[in-house]
Design a protein around this ligand. Structure first.
Ligand code: NAD
Length: 804
């Protein structure tokens, strides 16, 4: 396959989806021009301009950095169609009307470059029908590209071909969407609503039907169908309230309009649930109208009652016995639920059985393989496991027979039989649809592996369905792959290639405890002797939630502050060891890198960072200051940046870092973390989470090959006591104005004292060790402060920061 270089993308339609897709393209450094209709009044780009302004205010933010909205080029169909000629990919995301889309295609066709791909983001229209309006020259380059809302955060993208799409087109697009946009691609057939929305929404409607059948209340259902079931913690009805009942109704209507009993035997169960119809009639649309299935009255949560058409107290939980059942291994879990007498257990079995039944009956018409269905539901609906995975884990034939019995007994949503391949042939022989060879493709009657695109070589341990792994370590997860060099409960040092030492933290939330510190130190020793570098990568999120606070307490109780001083000193020494190692240490950051996690990253030679990374020094939240070199880093970076600037005044640079730490600011993306100073321009931002390890290893090797040497240990100037006085002047105002508490003031003053270098003249040259001593002192003095102790205990007991 030849490369498909995408220099510029045009997005047509600046609505909810188009504008956010444009924003995401900017996030990943793809040039983008956003089109919409010409405005009837004022400047012709008015609609697009307004949409881009809207992007800056939207939460969660579609943009990595709000100011980057300016990078989206604005255009309208009246003045700027010529601009399409320079675009390699055109994504259409205008309103969901076949006639409007077809009109637009006719209009743009003369301006589409001969190599450009054209793709529609429709969620319900037939891609094949859409393609029919296109000139023959464009047809082979047309397909569907179905993003999920919000596109920056939703991992799933469904790609859909038509009978005339050239196979290479989907390969090229899949590669681009995977590696450049950082998404998980699933190929769907051109069937109504494609895979995720078809199976997901049918599942939701089926669930509501069973809620009626078993007479359960919403709060109990949400308790049963949330985290306990491996789904979004908001369960069924609270999720609907968050999404908006009008939006949900719209999606349900698409399913109702696009299907019929002839195309889907489950169709009779797709009726709008009476309770939803009533809520819509009352205008109770969920969170946006402050009332839906639930309503908050004062501090109490109430639930809607259809009979009285009024709200009554909610908060009822499911029977504990079902919580316990849901923790059992899959086979036992399903058996217990199926045999349980109570309506809650029966309900759970019914909704799981319905999901298996639906997925099996429709597999051949909606997807190439069972893997696509499972991944689409994981990535599009936040499920921990898709239907086929759970079914297979529970025991394929056993569950299949249970479903068959239920169909015969009239308990299922419809009496469509399970397909023959379920009971006999390769699937039955293999005990399920997922095997090491690949996943079941009922059309080809064989197990098919994932498309062997070169981009997938960049995913060393890709997220895939349970049952088998398709990474380097076929059949083994990263935890047991490669050669182990050192391992305890907190960290594993290993190598895949005898060139790079990978340090994978195993502790809860990847917290940094003394064993992690010791492990990192060993990693550097080993690498300096026998390897090319160290990569700190721990598989899943977070990178690290920080120092292990709870683990510190016993030391403090027994040895007092002296014990902590020693432990902090040891941790600081490890940070310096990472920084001055004679081989490159690369931190592969994904998710949270807070406190000690941030300090570990900033002391590495380089950071390779997933787009969705949230980095910051947050110690203030527990009444502390960064103690493992975070403040030393801020002072050093300020001196380095000031040295590069023309006016050389250190204080403004110090103040920026001070503010980030004193306000516990956390970057809301890799890009914003860079703005806060925790990432450098030379650090790499990786759109796809699954490529992080590959890039980090290659970066470490490239640095080694380029003759990496540790930085010089230099003294650097600090802002000194007058700098501290200036910062503190502002703090006094904040305290006296009631914006911060006395204890906040005290902590912020301590931070100011460290980042300005203590009681010295402006411009005094200091070492990192000197600053680290100041940092440790500030940290330890706070540990003895009753208000800090209150904050720590508050955090440990409630998980939330306490303001005092
Ligand atoms: P929207 O209503 O927010 O935006 C539609 C845009 O189309 C508007 O900016 C409008 O000015 C423009 N438009 C309207 N009529 C037009 C015409 N005749 N010619 C050209 N442009 C016209 O819609 P949306 O929610 O962003 O949906 C856009 C597409 O994405 C639809 O096909 C929808 O099915 C699909 N989609 C939506 C979601 C979602 O959650 N909203 C998710 C996935 C896919």
């Amino acid at each position: 396959m030849s490369r498909f270089p995408v220099k510029k993308v045009a997005v047509l339609g600046a609505g909810v989806m188009g504008a956010q897709i444009a924003a995401h393209l900017v996030n990943v450094k793809v040039n983008v021009v956003l089109f919409d209709l010409p405005a009837k009044e004022g400047p012709k780009n008015g609609i697009v301009t307004k949409a881009i302004e809207g992007l800056k205010k939207l939460k969660p933010s579609p943009l990595g950095v709000a100011d980057d909205a300016a990078l989206i080029e604005q255009a309208n169909y009246e003045e700027h169609l010529e601009q399409l000629r320079g675009c390699d990919l055109i994504i259409e995301a205008i309103a969901e009307r076949m006639d409007w889309k077809l009109d637009l295609y006719k209009r743009i066709a003369p301006f589409v470059s001969p190599h450009a791909l054209v793709a529609s983001n429709t969620s319900g229209l037939s891609i094949t029908k859409l393609s029919e309006a296109l000139p023959d020259a464009i047809k082979p380059r047309f397909c569907g590209i179905h993003f999920f809302n919000p596109p920056r955060y939703m991992y799933l993208v469904e790609l859909i071909n038509t009978p005339t799409t050239e196979p290479q087109v989907l390969d090229q697009l899949e590669s681009f969407v995977t590696t450049a946009l950082g998404k998980g691609v699933v190929r769907a057939k051109d069937s109504p609503n494609f895979i995720a929305n078809r199976v997901g929404i049918a599942g939701m409607l089926g669930t509501m039907k069973e809620v009626e059948n078993f007479g359960l209340s919403f709060d109990v259902v949400d308790d049963l169908t949330g985290k306990k079931l491996g789904r979004a913690s908001s369960g069924t009805f609270r999720t609907a309230d968050v999404v908006g009942l009008d939006t949900m109704n719209h999606v349900i209507k698409t399913l109702q309009d696009n299907l019929s009993e002839a195309t889907d035997p489950f169709y009779p169960s797709f009726g709008t649930p009476p309770v939803l119809a009533k809520l819509l009639e009352l205008g109770n649309l969920g969170q946006k109208t402050k009332a839906g299935f639930y309503k908050k009255v004062g501090r109490d949560v109430m639930r809607f009652d259809l009979e009285s058409e009024d709200y009554m107290p909610a908060g009822q939980k499911a029977d504990e016995v079902y919580g316990r059942m849901l923790k059992k291994p899959a086979g036992e879990r399903l058996r217990l639920l199926r045999e349980s007498e109570g309506p809650q257990g029966q309900f759970l079995w019914a909704i799981l059985r319905n999901s298996f039944h639906y997925a099996a009956v429709h597999l051949a018409s909606i997807a190439e393989t069972a893997r696509d269905v499972d991944l689409a539901l994981r990535w599009g609906f936040g499920m921990k496991q898709g239907p086929f995975e759970m079914w297979q884990e529970a025991g394929w034939l056993q569950v299949a027979n249970w479903i068959k019995e239920d169909i015969a007994a009239g308990k299922t949503l419809c009496n469509a039989p399970l397909p023959d391949w379920v009971f006999s042939g390769p699937v039955a022989d293999a005990g399920g649809v997922h095997t090491a060879e690949g996943s079941w493709n009922p059309t080809a009657s064989k197990f098919v592996a994932r498309h062997a695109l070169p981009v997938y070589g960049r995913q060393l341990f890709p997220e895939t369905v349970s049952g088998f792994h398709q990474g380097l370590g076929v059949g083994t997860p990263f935890e047991t792959t490669g050669k182990t060099l050192h391992e305890d409960d907190s960290i594993r040092l290993w190598t895949m290639d005898d060139q790079i030492v990978i340090a994978s933290i195993k502790s809860k939330m990847h917290a940094i405890d003394p064993d992690v510190a010791e492990g990192l130190s060993i990693a550097v020793d080993m690498a300096e002797k026998d390897y090319q570098g160290v990569v700190i990568w721990s598989g899943d999120e977070p990178f690290s939630a920080g120092a292990d606070l709870a683990g510190m307490l016993p030391g403090f109780m027994m040895g007092g502050v002296a014990a902590i001083d020693e432990a902090e000193g040891a941790l600081q020494a490890v940070m310096l060891k990472l920084r001055y190692a004679n081989v490159p240490v690369v931190s592969a950051v994904r998710g949270l890198a807070l406190g000690g996690g941030c300090e570990m990253a900033v002391h590495s030679a380089r950071r390779v960072v997933a787009m969705e990374s949230y980095i910051g020094l947050v110690e203030v939240g527990v009444g502390l200051v960064p103690g493992a070199g975070g403040l030393t880093y801020i002072a050093r970076r300020a001196a380095e940046v000031a040295a590069l600037s023309t006016h050389k005044d250190l204080l403004p640079f110090v103040t920026e870092g001070f503010t980030a730490a004193a306000m516990a600011k956390v970057g809301t993306s890799a890009l914003e973390s860079r703005k806060l100073g925790y990432l450098l321009d030379s650090d790499l931002v990786v759109p796809n989470k699954d490529e992080l390890l590959f890039v980090a290893i290659n970066e470490a090797k490239a640095m080694f090959a380029a003759g990496y040497r540790a930085p010089h240990k230099r003294l650097f100037p600090v802002a000194g006591r007058s700098g501290k006085a200036t910062i503190q002047g502002q703090l006094v105002n904040m305290r006296d104005g009631g914006f911060i508490s006395q204890h906040d003031f005290h902590i912020a003053s301590l931070i100011a004292g460290v980042v300005t270098g203590g009681d010295v003249e402006t411009g005094t040259l200091v070492s990192e060790e000197y600053l680290m001593t100041l940092e440790r002192r500030a940290f330890c003095s706070l540990l003895e402060h009753p208000k800090t102790q209150e904050r720590i205990m508050g955090m440990l007991s409630s998980g939330k920061p306490l303001r005092n």
